[in-house]
Design a protein around this ligand. Structure first.
Ligand SMILES: Nc1ncnc2c1ncn2[C@@H]1O[C@H](COP(=O)(O)OP(=O)(O)OP(=O)(O)O)[C@@H](O)[C@H]1O
Ligand SMILES: [Mg+2]
Length: 405
């Protein structure tokens, strides 16, 4: 059984999102997964669609020994069991203060279940209190989600000190196994800078005897994806809510990495090899799309040139001056809206009614019949499509390069 605490005392960095979707992805691989909500906010419980207000047994009852772990677990999905949080958990820390062995209650509760599960994943609260200590005493691996933004690494050393302390005093097997970069924005340099800082830090720690000397940055970054932010309010994992979105793809790959490639020195190389075919396929597709777009653009230019020449000798368009050819950015700006401008007016005396949609004269006069530029819609599309795959190609290459580092 692998036991993982997902921990960062910083709030809102992606801990709960990672626990839910990593657990769901591992379960889809046939693994039996227990998830534990140790956060009094009960976000993990709510994210799985369970009502945190009900009186059912949960983490609080297990920590205060008023319920058995096996009675408190709820099967929330095929292969996923939840030890949920409810409002009582808020008081658990102060109640446990006077209990002997208060940091190891959870570990003891888990001992009888080691054969029943392949993974136990704990969602920690954004604090380094007694609940978090219980999580650290109960697991062998710590995953630290990091949101790469300004001050992302503030508090990082405090976090590592805590892990180190628990490692020395209570749990010698404890190690920081992975850093998960969440809400990663490939367009922002800061994301890569934070990643480089963490990598430097970890590389410098390799030779020291610390619980994080073997930590690795998971080579799949969880991209920013609005679907991941929407899924909790539906009580669904990302695989139920939007199984084809980037968030689902990223978490599925992280789960693949965690399950198959996190052991041994050659793990990253093996993982890269496993997805290299996919990267090559994608590059080939993008290259052919790029070539098709370039050909279409050239065709457009050839079609547009004689028209512009004829325009020089034609009647002036609107203002009497001939407009010089535009570069692509200006062209995109200058394309008139495909619909004529409209003005919206309410019928007099009717404040609440929907505004009536009245046609008005187009804001830009239509070109003379002899000039036949491509339709505004198609030019707009071409400019947009031409930009998008190049950006994606760049991202895939940067991504592939960063993986190879
Ligand atoms: N990759 C992502 N893209 C967009 N939104 C995300 C992503 N990951 C998480 N979120 C959203 O960001 C918010 C914070 O995420 P989450 O709750 O997982 O963080 P947390 O570390 O558990 O927070 P807390 O410390 O409060 O427990 C949530 O609204 C979540 O839906
Ligand atoms: Mg959380």
């Amino acid at each position: 059984m692998r036991t993982i605490a997902v921990l960062n005392q910083k709030g809102g960095v992606g801990k709960t999102t990672t626990v839910v979707n990593l657990a769901a992805a591992l379960a889809m691989k046939g693994q039996r997964v227990m998830v534990i909500d140790l956060d009094p906010q009960a976000h993990l419980t709510i994210h799985f669609g369970v009502d945190a207000e009900t009186d059912g047994h949960g983490a609080y009852e297990v920590l205060t020994k008023s319920a058995d772990m096996s009675n408190a677990l709820v099967n929330v999905r095929g292969n996923v069991w939840l030890l949920g949080a409810n409002i009582n958990l808020v008081g658990a820390e102060s109640e446990l203060v006077s209990v002997v062995g208060r940091e190891t209650v959870l570990r003891e509760a888990l001992e009888s279940l080691t054969e029943s599960f392949d993974y136990v994943i704990i969602d920690c609260p954004p604090a380094l209190g007694l609940l978090t200590l219980n999580a650290l005493a109960a697991v062998k691996e710590v995953f630290i989600p990091v949101q790469p933004h300004f001050l992302a690494l503030q508090g990082f050393s405090k976090l590592l000190q805590t892990v180190s302390l628990v490692g020395r005093r209570i749990n010698p097997d404890l190690r920081v196994a992975a850093i998960v970069l969440c809400m990663f924005d490939t367009r922002v340099t800061l994301s890569s800078e934070v990643k480089a800082d963490i990598k430097n830090f970890l590389d410098n720690a390799r030779t020291a005897a610390t619980p994080w000397s073997g930590a690795r940055i998971i080579p799949i970054h969880i991209r920013q994806n609005i679907k991941l932010a929407e899924a909790p309010s539906h009580g669904q994992t990302i695989f139920e809510y939007e199984p084809k979105c980037n968030g689902a793809i990223d978490y599925e790959r992280v789960a693949d990495y965690v399950h198959n490639y996190m052991n041994g020195e050659a793990a990253d190389e093996a993982f890269l090899a496993s997805i290299s075919e996919e990267i090559n396929e994608l590059d080939t597709t993008l290259a052919s799309v790029g070539a098709a777009i370039q050909a279409a653009q050239e065709e457009q230019n050839v079609a547009a040139e004689p028209s512009l020449e004829s325009a020089e000798s034609a009647e002036p368009m609107v203002s009497g001056e001939f407009a010089p050819p535009l570069d692509s950015a200006q062209a995109a700006e200058s394309i008139p809206s495909p619909e004529p401008a409209v003005c919206l007016e309410r019928p007099e005396g009717d404040e609440n009614s929907e505004p009536a949609r009245e046609s008005a004269a187009p804001a830009v006069a239509p070109p003379p019949a002899r000039i036949q530029p491509p339709s505004p819609g198609s030019r707009r599309r071409i400019v947009a499509v031409a930009a998008a795959p190049q950006r994606r190609m760049l991202n895939r290459r940067t991504f592939a390069r960063s993986l190879r580092k």
